[in-house]
Design a protein around this ligand. Sequence first.
Ligand SMILES: [Mg+2]
Length: 304
Amino acid sequence: MAYEDSYKQVQSPKYECILFHVDDTLYPLSSGIAAGCVKNIEDYMHEMLGIEKCKIPELCKVLYMNYGTTMAGLRAIGYDFDYDNYHSFVHGRLPYDNLKPCPELRSLLLSLPLRKVIFTNADEVHASVVLSRLGLEDCFEQIICFETLNPIQKNTISNDVDDNVAFVVPKSSPSSTHSISSGTEIFDIIGHLFQANISDDEIKLPKTPVVCKPSEAAIEKALKIANIYPQTTLFFDDSIRNIQAGKRVGLHTVHVGTSQRVEGADYALENIHNIKEAFPELWESGKVNKVKHNGTLLETCVIS
Ligand SMILES: [Mg+2]
């Protein structure tokens, strides 16, 4: 059955799948992983891309706000780099030791009679390390991550002309707009956004080749890859931008890490460990039906 056809025919069960973000959702923000990421991204921008230190915090913020991730923004404004190299630099030195196994959460997830899928902007290595550290590596049927959403751009060798640029940037550039050795110009996004008298209509930013949340296209792509339907999926994420984008795509949404429900979030859940107290119906309504499929006995979950 075509995806579009089955998409329209989804009915009765309220939830068939739970979609989980990873960072700061399956473990608390206080673990220090997020802070470590910020520091490592800033170091990468200085040490590997030659961006002046004093410009990095504002540039990070602007790129993150406009492109979803700093990496996506760096690519958009003209920097080229190996994605694996970026990920290993940014994630390689994180304080993973702060993440401890969560047997209670593992038991809860394993007993949850619904499909469970991971959806993260991070690369596969990071997602796997985090899930392994938390003891949750066997709780999910699929991991949708950077490589899933960006299969062609994983390496710098591709048909994308932007990917073939030799990449050398001087340690200190005279301004935020400069040319790298190949002649590719770095777009001065801060200068562009903050120039006087520019109206919202005139703000045209270069596009990024990176597919990531909170882009609605990225979310739709993830749903299609996992073959899940927004109407019957409950989406847990700590990022309000991701939650709001998920809501626009039609997902049921749970904003994790806060008790304050904001616009775009159907629910707020301070700690993922309280998932069963907050959503007991996910367990209570699951009935296991045994059906035959190609002669093999399968178990399927039916939500009443
Ligand atoms: Mg997060």
